[in-house]
Every structure is written in C-alpha cells, then in structure tokens.
Ligand binder design. Sequence first.
Ligand code: AMP
Ligand code: MG
Length: 478
Amino acid sequence: MKLSELKLTNPYLSLPQECHDPVKPTPLKGPFLIHVNEPMAEELGIDREELHTERFVEFVNGSWHPEGSEPFAMCYAGHQFGHYVPQLGDGRAVNIGTLKGWHLQLKGAGVTKYSRSGDGRAVLRSSLREYLMSEAMHGLHIETTRALAIIGSSHSVYRQEWEKGAIVLRLSPSWVRFGTFEYFAHKKRLDELEQLIEYAIAESYPHLLGKSDRYLRFFEEVVERTAKLIAKWQAVGFNHGVMNTDNMSIAGLTIDYGPYAFLDVYDHNNICNHTDAYGRYSFGNQPDVAEWNLRALLRALSPLIETGAMEEVLSGYRRLYRSAYLEEMRQKLGLDGVEEGDMDLVKHLLGVLQALQVDYTLFFRTLSRYEGEHKPLLLLGLYHTPMREWLERYDERLKYNSCSTQERHTKMLKTNPKYVLKNYMLQEAIDAAQRGEYTLVDDLFQIAHDPFAEHPEFERWAGPTPEEHRNTKLSCSS
Ligand code: AMP
Ligand code: MG
C-alpha cells in the first residue's frame, strides 16, 4: 500500500472527552530518516518503496497525516516512586491513529495539554534507545510496544546541554496504563472508569466480552499477564528502571523505555536508574514492585469490582510469578520435565554467578553447548570451585532429561540469546549517531531483530561487557 492509501481510525476517541485531548504534532526542523523497521512496515502493509520517500519522513515528523487521522494525547495519572501524581498523560507523544490494530504514536512531537513544564521533545539518544530496545524485546519474544521508524533533525533541544531532537513512530496494540485507571478512580469519575474498562477489555481481552463476570476476569488476566511478563524480564536479565504505574501496560507489554539495562555481570541488586537511590526499581525488586503496582490497580478498580474477590486474585500473584519464572529458567537450563529441586538449582546458580561476577548472557549461551566439559564455564568466573560444585549438581539433574544432548543444545540455543543490547553497545551507537554516523544503528537493529543467530560479523559484542562499562546507571533525562 502507498502512504496516500493508508486509512487510519481512532477508536480511543470513542471514550469520553475527559480521556483525551486533541492536539496537532509540532514537527521538528530539518528532519531526516535514521532507520525504518522494514518487517514492521510489511506487517502494516506499507510498500517498501514508500519507506525512503520525503512523504515517509513527513509522516514520522507529523507534518503529513494519512487519511482519517485525528491526532490526540491521552490522559493518565500514576504512582511515581510510590507517590501519587494526579495528572500525567502523553506529554510528548501524539497519537495519530490506528492501523490493523496498531495504535500509532509520534514520541517527541511537541507539547500537549499534559506536558506540564516539559518541552514535548525527545532527544536522539533516548529515542535510539527506545527504537532499538523495543525491537530487541520483540526479538527475544517478550511482549512489548514496537516502533516503525526513527527520524533525527537539526532541531535543538535542551537537557543538561544542547542536543538534537528526534521522533520515534512507535506503535502498540494498547497504550492504556495502570495509571489511566487511577486517573478516573481518584477523580471519582466512575462513568469514565467503567467505559475505560469496557474499552480495555474490547481492546486487549476481547475473549471476555459479553461475560457477566468480565471485570473480575479482566483483573485476573492483567495479574496473570503481568506475572508472566516480569518472569520473562527476570529470566533474560532485563531491568526496566522506572516501573511507575504510568509505565505499566494494562495489556502486559513492556512499555516506555527509559534508563533500562540488561545485566552485564549478574547482580541481583542491580540499579540502572540514576535517580533510584533506594533501589525501588532494582532488578531483584521488579517482581515485588509489579505486585505493588497491581495493588494500586486493584484500588483503582475497587468502585467496579468487589475488593475481596480482587484480593483473592492478587494473593495468587506470587505463585503465578514463581511458576512462570521457574518454567523460564528450566528452558534456559535445558531441563526436561519437573523435578523438586529445580528452584534450588536455579537459586544456587544465581548465587554462584553473583559471587563469581559472571556475565549473565554469556553464561547461558556457553551452557547451551555444554557436553560435560566444565572448563569453558569455569573460565567465565573469578574462581572455579563454586562453579564446579554447581555444574556437578547440574550434571546430576541432566540425567533426568529425556531429550538427547543434541536436542538440548538446539532448544537452549533458541532460548538463550547470543546478544542482548547492553548499555555500552547502545552508547557506542549513540556516540556515532551524534556524529552523524548511523551504520551502528543498523548493526544493532540486526542483532536486536534476531538475537539467537550467530552473526559472526558482530562477534565482538558477544563477549562479557568491558569492565569499565559494567552495571552503569543512566539518568531519566530524556
Ligand atoms: P516518562 O518518565 O518518560 O515515563 O514520563 C513521565 C511523564 O512525564 C509522562 O507523562 C510524560 O509524557 C512526561 N514527560 C517526560 N518527558 C517530557 C517532555 N520532555 N515534555 C513533556 N512531557 C514529558
Ligand atoms: Mg512513561
């Protein structure tokens, strides 16, 4: 399809006026295409030749709209670092319409009613981080929002210094957040709250439509999706960094990429967000914080659903999380079936990885070719004995496997990525992009898109993180 043939709809505008505000994007000066996600364009049905035209840049810059587009910003609230903020919303993301179930947003396209004191802009570095990481999560089979393209510009944006503005055209099957419900609940706008839950059910849980107990079932499924999502984050070693309730997707997606990090050496207490002094959003705290956030959602839904019934659902969160996590870890370890000591085996391993400062991703990739030879794994850590002891225990567990060693290797190589986008790799691409060189963006995109492939040309990124770049913290400023 040509861009001129696109027809967008705006289902969110069927909700009451309180939920959104019409706004026109404010285009950037001197826009140019940095990267386009061709597989995503194909999924949307946009012709390849259209992606490298002036019109496409105008589309991402918000200076040209497809037919049917009625741009607006969404309103929400949220608990930020545990404190309720009654008015947030899309302060710099403009929704431009829906195509094939994907809601399109221009992030960085200027001020909206919800910008507060912000400038409505996003800088190149944070835009590249969101663009690449959403693709990386998709490549890792983790539920996430996506991105179609990123443009740079000559537009100056001030953070701690002058930087260049960028826009990511991002898309999602849902942009509704826990904080969207909190907004209406705290304002006691119960009609709007009810319309929002009906909307969210139709959008993300359509199998519940028409069921008399659909509200409670909705909460149950949000709890379940959240538990499973966090289990995937913990298994792959992803630290989100800002799990405020406005950054929690009602559809169970990874949403709003800020100062996130993939673990370098394994550190249960890793903090990636510079402003997170007490580690509220540390890696190891993510499962608990997700539960805290679900409780905030429970409170917001309490005018619509019996609280006792929701409490009972929420009391099952930990069990759901633990079993989802254990299953993820069994896959990573290549364990068949279910044995009683499996969780202990995992905990033992994490203690060893932490003590020996082993690169988390590299460990599992190396283990994916394990044939009983300890040496390649012993070499990953600071010293040998704890790892040897764990491997002996692992050897015992493998005896209960019914699949062959070869089959185990094949499965593990599809479960344990060779590459994750560590912060030092992203920083390298950002530094080059600041100089106007974008080939590293494409290199990282290729890795992100298929992190399980060998990509011999990118081998230098498959090793442990260079020591000076390990477990660094990033600021929220973006
Ligand atoms: P975030 O930390 O990106 O999840 O953003 C938290 C809130 O601040 C959201 O309501 C954003 O829309 C808003 N926000 C962040 N940066 C800006 C900005 N530069 N201009 C306007 N609003 C912003
Ligand atoms: Mg956010």
